[in-house]
Design a binder for this molecule. Sequence first.
Ligand code: KIV
Length: 280
Amino acid sequence: MIKKVTVKTVQNLKNENKKISMLTAYDYSTAKYIDEAGVDMILTGDSLAMVALGYETTHFVGMEEMCIFTKAVARGVNRALVVADMPFMSYHADVCGALKNAAELIKCGADAVKIEGASEHILNVVQRCTESGIPAAGHLGFTPQSMHTLGGYNIQGKSCEAARSILEQAQNLERAGAFAVVLEMLPEESAEYITKNLQIPTISCGAGRRCSGQVIVCDDMLGKYSEFKPKFARRYGDMRSFILDCASRYNEDVKNGNFPSEEEIFTLGEDELKQLCTEV
Ligand code: KIV
């Protein structure tokens, strides 16, 4: 019997000083393999806008897409905690709408949602989600949905003052009920300072080694997304070359008549064949 990872498991890992692993996934098979590999949390990130759908930023996906991808991921997962990103503008207008959208993602099979920022409004959303039984993770530092106001892909928390301000935001999220907080693109020392002053786990996305856990985008790990590779992501494979090689060989085999082979076809029985040939 597989023991499902819950928000409690994640908190226990942090308390026991054990690292928490998290990867993004957007489809059934990938989620299934990542789950089989023992990764603790699987994030249906809105990064799917870029790596799965080819948009330039994460702004271009809404609830409709997040629901489709979350359902696919959830169908593949038995053990990991499935976290779904709340997409751009799905939680900003009012708390009621945010709660309704968070509930929708839970109904799609997510075990928790992730929300960027820590304004007064976001804290209310996190609190209402938690009170309603929807675990919510925060996301601070570089928050891709605010990249236009942040002035592009910038490292955050680079000064003592900035690190303290992010810690304050993280503590507010913790008080509001967040079960974890993703810290994106921070100097390692800033992320360590924040982690040491929180009870809930921090998950580093380009925030160094001293957070409670790590997350990267699956397509970066696989070497599948080739537009760019963030400095903090590590490529464990070269899926681009693998797909290119397979597709080129398939293309060649089709053109040369080498695909399909004898073993890859269906045939008629002798009698049916005779009938077919005589009845023309
Ligand atoms: O959308 C995403 O993939 C994320 C990350 C933290 C990797 O939010």
